[in-house]
Design a protein around this ligand. Structure first.
Ligand code: EPZ
Length: 432
């Protein structure tokens, strides 16, 4: 079993480079299925979710080759099946993007889906509503596989009003509609930076997608898409995670390879707390040494609101700030499971429905904790960095799904963190 072992109590100082955005990469890689030629994707994060989606495409017949640490060559022209029902597919939530890409390109798809996850049920009714509106028949097989099939005339553009603002449904419908006949209009669309990135990627291949980044997206289907080289946007959530860690340790760091505009809602909260942030074209300096930090409240919202994917990390930071702070999780029904782990470290946090009430500034002590999901795992690191003792974090595979070189990056900021391989209670050796 691998764990992270963190000895905290030291402020973070130095520079960190942000990788490409995970949630853009896991959509753009399957989006290559829509293309009639090979593509090269740059600024790909080197994370296990990317390895997984690459293997899934390979299982389907595509050639996927890593050119270097952050670039992939993908040739979709030899895909020989529209069926993706292996355990690899089941193990990855974002495999739902295979549905939109496959029905867009081939008119049919059979894709296994994972069940609920540890922050509640994750429905895809809006994705399916979109595919049906475009003319596909969808059906759930054995409770775990979605089959989608369109008639002889293929998909046809239409108006789709999303009942909830959904990142996944917006992107999946964009994928399917980009090769449908005529015009599709998605209303009440999500506006996250990765939606704009997917639209830019599709347009570079010859698609006609307009309005991404607003709540009305218009897609005019095209019949051919050509190969391109495309670079994915930086990961705003990874950047937000390092901001939370620097604030929690009262450090001062420079965060490079980012788009400061994508971080506005996060930066605004930190400024409200007293952090000094200086923005450059593709970097920020983040200085939490200037004044004592003030408590604050956050409410997660779809973009441009405060991102839910930074909520656990921010909660971990707020444990270090004296006073009562309130976190309102407004996107997911149940994204507070990790709080019981923080309580093991001595945190004073109570949960009432969608609210977490944090009494910050109380003493924390090291305890064995586990990463209950990706962002929860990041929150455990941020909590551990505040504690002078040594914290062991287990289930780190969740963290490695979405954070590239997390140990190396934290170490470059002066953190005492290592990855250790354990069997039972015995430490076996350091693996990173
Ligand atoms: C994406 O999930 C991200 N995942 C999540 O990031 C992120 O938390 C979420 O967007 C919100 O920003 C990927 O991009 C792979 P949604 P997604 O559809 O697309 C409801 C992380 O940590 N809903 O925007 O699945 C849903 O229940 C991960 O990086 C429906 O009701 O999220 C939720 O309450 C975790 N019906 C809300 O909408 C649907 O058909 C937003 O979900 C779809 C969603």
């Amino acid at each position: 079993m691998e764990k992270f072992v963190v000895t905290g109590g030291k402020p973070l100082f130095g520079e960190v480079n942000i990788s490409g955005a995970k949630n853009a990469a896991v959509a753009i890689i399957p989006a290559v299925i829509l293309c009639d030629e090979p593509c090269q994707i740059d600024n790909i994060p080197n994370i296990s979710d990317v390895t997984l989606i690459s293997k899934i495409l390979q299982q389907m017949g595509a050639t996927v080759r890593r050119i270097n640490k952050s670039s992939l060559y993908i040739d979709p022209t030899r895909i020989r099946t529209c069926s993706a029902v292996t355990d690899l597919v089941r193990g990855m939530r974002a495999s739902y993007y295979l549905l939109g890409a496959l029905i867009g390109r081939y008119g049919n798809a059979k894709v296994a889906l994972p069940g609920g996850c540890n922050f509640g049920i994750r429905p895809i009714d809006q994705h399916l509503k979109g595919f049906e509106a475009l003319g596909a028949q969808t059906r759930l097989v054995d409770g775990a596989i979605i089959e989608a099939q369109c008639g002889e005339d293929g998909l046809e553009g239409t108006h789709i009003y999303l009942d909830v603002v959904s990142v996944g449904a917006t992107m999946n419908i964009m994928l399917a509609a980009s090769r449908a006949k005529g015009l599709t209009v998605i209303e009440n669309a999500a506006k996250e930076p990765h939606i704009v990135d997917l639209a830019n990627f599709l347009n570079s291949m010859g698609a006609d997608v307009r309005g991404a980044g607003t709540d009305v997206i218009k897609i005019r289907g095209v019949s051919y898409m050509h190969g391109i080289t495309y670079s994915i946007i930086p990961d705003q959530i990874e950047a937000g995670t390092y901001m939370c860690a620097a604030a929690a340790t009262r450090g001062c760091i420079t965060i490079k390879n980012i788009t400061p505009k994508h971080l506005e809602s996060i930066s605004a909260k930190f400024r409200e707390m007293g952090v000094k942030i200086t923005e450059y074209d593709e970097a920020i300096t983040f200085d939490a040494t200037v004044k004592p930090l003030k408590r604050c409240n956050i409410k997660t919202m779809p973009h441009p609101g405060f991102p839910t994917d930074c909520q656990p990390q921010f909660t971990a930071l707020l444990m270090s700030v004296p006073g009562t702070s309130i976190v309102n999780e407004n996107v997911w029904d149940n994204r507070f499971q990790y709080i019981s782990e923080l309580i093991r470290m001595g945190a004073h946090i109570s949960v009432e429905g969608r609210l977490a009430i944090i009494e910050g500034g109380t003493p924390l002590t090291a305890a064995p904790v586990k990463a209950t999901d990706l962002r929860a795992g990041a929150a455990m690191i941020i909590a551990a960095l505040q504690i002078k003792g040594t914290t062991e974090i287990s289930s780190i595979q969740f963290i490695e799904r979405g954070y590239e070189d997390v140990v190396e990056k934290f170490r470059s900021l002066g953190a005492d963190i290592k990855k250790v391989y354990f069997t039972g209670d015995n430490e076996q050796g350091i693996t990173a």
